[in-house]
Design a binder for this molecule. Structure first.
Ligand SMILES: Cc1cc2nc3c(=O)[nH]c(=O)nc-3n(C[C@H](O)[C@H](O)[C@H](O)COP(=O)(O)O)c2cc1C
Length: 166
């Protein structure tokens, strides 16, 4: 018989999941994804943060202080098939953005390897490592890759100064 064998793409075992507001972390996510041949998932809140930077800072501060975990726009289908998750985010208010806590709460990463990649505006990782450890129990968490990246605040200050003087 002429057996019809469904040709399937080999399933990828690596996932790059990231959150990015101003694009710095997204650039790194793309670099990793193309380098290690991973699936890519953008973590997004169900309701987007304000376009205004200062309004976002204030909302993020309130959500951090109250421990709020914002609902996500969507989750990763079939998280079980991945053995390595590269998780990328910016530092917000010296910690992980609230959506990262939501993401870790909603996806069981136990038994998986978690590779954090982090951008910050010059003040370092804050308590992000502790949050990852407490929210991804059972995951093997690798030392994070981190780097300083451009701050939206600096761009905003420069543009506002120019607008105010023109
Ligand atoms: C709401 C908010 C809070 C931030 N808080 C911090 C902070 O506490 N420490 C820091 O070094 N950078 C802070 N930053 C700067 C970002 O971490 C940095 O610009 C990062 O690269 C942005 O990544 P993205 O472009 O992927 O969104 C903050 C940025 C925003 C929008």
């Amino acid at each position: 018989a002429c057996g019809q064998v469904a040709r399937q793409e080999p399933e990828r075992s690596r996932l790059v999941a990231y959150f990015s507001r101003s694009g710095n972390t997204r650039v790194i996510a793309g670099l990793i994804q193309r380098s290690v041949d991973a699936d890519l998932f953008e973590i997004q809140p169900a309701s987007a943060y304000p376009a205004d930077y200062l309004a976002t800072v204030e909302q993020a501060r309130q959500e951090r202080d109250s421990g709020f975990e914002p609902p996500l726009a969507s989750g990763v289908a079939g998280i079980a098939k991945y053995d390595t998750i590269y998780l990328g985010f910016p530092i917000w208010g010296t910690t992980t953005p609230p959506v990262i806590r939501s993401f870790l709460r909603q996806h069981d990463l136990s038994g998986k390897t978690l590779v954090p990649f982090v951008t910050h505006g010059g003040y370092g990782l804050g308590n992000a490592r502790e949050i990852l450890a407490s929210h991804a129990p059972g995951a093997r968490i690798e030392p994070p890759f981190s780097m300083e990246a451009d701050q939206e605040r600096r761009t905003m200050d420069a543009v506002n100064a120019w607008l105010g003087s023109s």
